[in-house]
Ligand binder design. Sequence first.
Ligand SMILES: [Zn+2]
Length: 329
Amino acid sequence: MKAPLSFHSFIGNRPVVKILLRAVAQDRLPHALIFAGPEGVGKRTLGLLLAQQLNCLQTAKGDACDDCMSCRKIMLGTHPDVRLVQPDGAFIKIDQVRDLIAEIAYQPFEARYRVVIFDGADRMRAEAANCLLKTLEEPPSRTILILVTQKPYALLTTIRSRARLLQFGPVPEEEISNYLAGNAGRSPEDARMAAAFSNGSLGAALTFDVAQNREVRDQSLRFVSLLLRREEFSQASTLAAAVVKDKELFQAWLDMTATLLQDVYYAQTAPRRMCQRDIIPALAGLAETAPRAAVLAAIDAVKNLRGVLQLNINRQLALEALFLAALRS
Ligand SMILES: [Zn+2]
């Protein structure tokens, strides 16, 4: 069951939501806002929710309904007064900005407030940015401009000084996990895993492939076990052959191997810091038998391999070298 998306049910970043709600309630919303923060935390979505909040035709209990004609059009991207401007290629082009400025010189078609969201606002060349600046200097009435960016300091200082900057942070892991289990139909176990790997990005957690991650983790765990128990080289080599075929998969596998080794080290030194909590017994078992020096040597070897992965190396050979280096340590 998907709950209706609303300003009040927005996941994470409560301080930002509160500031906006208060400003809307007091009719004191600045005409230009900067939504700054990491990817996948809902900056663009909150911009659309703000547009709903300002234009809903049947607000209930202070929340936009997500159901009236206005709310629907906004989320479908068909509302004539709610515009999302995104880079056309690498940049938001001067013509995109000019067209938009010509449009907002007129009153909104049907909305109480026109809302324009510049997604990736830092990706504007000087000419386009200066064009936008003119609009910020003489803001049209009933128009809210939202500049969405991961790099607010890449915006012109003159633009920054004319807009209210709202800083978004990562979404707490627990909130992501609860959302995935409650609204996105994931099992509690899958939800926890996706949240743990999301780096505070709800967007990343929603698209996280739990099944693939589990498979990668199983393979990594087997490799770590061989590495730390200093078992058969041929087994490690066979295992390596399975993961080196695809560069992206190999990268994911290597990252996972590093995470698991780190957890084995934590199991020996600071168990509370372990990340992969659902496989603690397996990790603790390895921690018990492997000398700490061997764990540290393996962590170093994996770190080195991640460092050279950018180069066009033979992954199979590099992995075997890693295994041999760990055996010699
Ligand atoms: Zn509505």
